[in-house]
Structure formats: C-alpha cells, structure tokens
Design a binder for this molecule. Structure first.
Ligand code: DGL
Length: 267
C-alpha cells in the first residue's frame, strides 16, 4: 500500500491528486485529527507525532509513505530519511511534498524571486528556503506565515470578504518583493487558490504541492521499479483518523470532493 499522512484533513487534497494519476494502487490515508494543528508546534513534537504515524502506517503494511503535511515534511522528513529508515525499515521509503514543489517553482520562475506561504512552523523551519537554495543559491526567497488561513478554510470561510482582506494583508509583502512565483506551502491553501490568484494577479505562477507531488511520484515510481514492484494494485482506499467528529465529515468532503467514510484508530 501507499500510505498518505497528514495532521488532519488537508492531505486529502494531495491524495486526490494521487488517485487521479495513479489510481490502480492501494492507498491508506491517516489524518491525526486528534492532534491537529501541527503548524504551531515545536520541532520535537512534530517529529514525535510524525514518527508515530510512520510507525503506524508501516505496521499496517505500507511500503511507501508520503508525508502530505508540509509541516511534517519540513520538520521531520530529513531525520526520518537519514536516521529512522536506515535503522528500522531500510527497504521502505518515506517521501515529502517540499522537494517536488520547490523543483516546480524553480522551473517556473523567470525573475528568480519566489514567495512561500505556509504555517508558522514551516516558515520558521526555513525548509523551503534551504531546499530552494540547494538547487539555486541565487534565488531570492520571501516567506510569509499565514496562521489565520487554516482556521478560516476549516470554518468554510473561503468566500468571505474578511478572508480576502486577510489574504491581501499576508500577500502584500510578497507582491512588494516582486515575486513571480508563489508556493502554496500548506495542504489547505489550494482550497483558496482562486482567491490567492485574484489578489496576486493572473501573471503570477502559483505552485500547489498536491498536483506537483503526484506528477513527481509517477516519475519516482518509474525510476524505482524495486519500490513500485512492492506496491499492491487493488485500487483500494481506506481512511483512518485519530479522532472522528461531525466536523470530519464536512471537511473531508470539502478536501476530497466526495464523502469519505473514515475509521477511528489509536496510534
Ligand atoms: N497540514 C498542515 C500543513 O500542511 C496544516 C495544518 C496543521 O497546521 O496541522 O502544514
């Protein structure tokens, strides 16, 4: 199976893209809704929660796990790849959403000024900035934490004029910096893509990690036939959550675009 992990519902947006491009595999989605948000937590706590989720998904038989959560990708992925996997599961793989997104942004930007909007945790980790600079040391990176966006989206306020006002305020410094490409560096933000495009203007490239990560996963599986061969192909989908409230049904529907029947699990 392919495991897809997120701190909550947002990763369903990423899963949705995988299901479109790679529908024949079996997927196991895990959302840590009991402990969302991750975006405001320390490195240590995000790492601990992410490691627990990875342990859990591997124990369920996943061979490959995608960390759809940007905060987990930013704060935990490197240690999982460099220390946890070699010691515990050398044959299995954990991938994130940052690197595909960064590669896409660099391929689109002409003026080498790239903006990143993300949770506070992702911004303070500076992971996007570091990955962008690894591939192009000359690129100028402008980051903006947008802590109000996740709650606004989760409250279904994407059409509210207050949301536009808040977006204008968050995006103004990036516009002033003259970025030509903007990374939507959080699972939730693609829900506000239209509104963000409206504020930034039609000439600005927006990069959504879900779409890009799915395209890169197709390529990754071609380049790694030994991993691809271990993935089951029954077209199955299971949705697990660490907490189930009426909110789950509403938000999972919004992110997935269809109703989601989830099972509650303890990690
Ligand atoms: N999934 C998180 C991310 O992509 C957003 C929600 C949270 O803060 O946990 O960064």
């Amino acid at each position: 199976m392919i495991g897809v992990f997120d701190s909550g519902f947002g990763g369903l947006v990423v899963l949705r893209e995988f299901l479109q491009l790679l529908p024949r595999y079996d997927y196991l989605y895990l959302g840590d809704n009991a402990r969302i948000p991750y975006g405001t937590r320390s490195d240590r706590v995000v790492y601990r929660f992410t490691e627990q989720a990875v342990d859990f998904l591997f124990a369920q038989g996943c061979q490959l796990i995608i960390l759809a959560c940007h905060t987990a990708s930013a704060k935990a992925l490197r240690t999982i790849q460099q220390r946890y996997l070699p010691a515990r599961y050398p044959e299995r793989r954990v991938l994130g959403v940052l690197i595909p997104t960064v590669e896409e942004a660099l391929s689109l930007s002409r003026n080498r000024r790239i903006g990143v909007i993300a949770t506070e945790g992702t911004v303070t980790s500076r992971s996007f900035e570091m990955e962008l600079h690894k591939l192009d040391p000359q690129v100028e990176v402008y980051q903006q934490a947008c802590p109000l966006l996740v709650p606004l989206i989760e409250e279904g306020e994407q059409e509210w004029e207050g949301t536009r006002l808040i977006l204008r305020r968050y995006l103004a410094p990036l516009q002033a910096a003259g970025v030509d490409t903007l990374i939507l560096g959080c699972t939730h933000y693609s829900i506000l893509k239209e509104q963000i495009q409206e504020v930034m203007g039609p000439q600005i490239n927006l990069v959504c990690s879900g779409q890009v990560s799915a395209v890169k996963l197709v390529d990754y599986l071609k380049r790694h036939p030994e991993i691809e061969a271990r993935l089951s192909r029954g077209g199955g989908r299971r949705y697990l959550t660490t907490d189930l409230t009426p909110r789950f049904a509403r938000l999972a529907g919004l992110f997935m675009g269809q109703p989601v029947a989830a099972e509650v699990v303890e990690m």
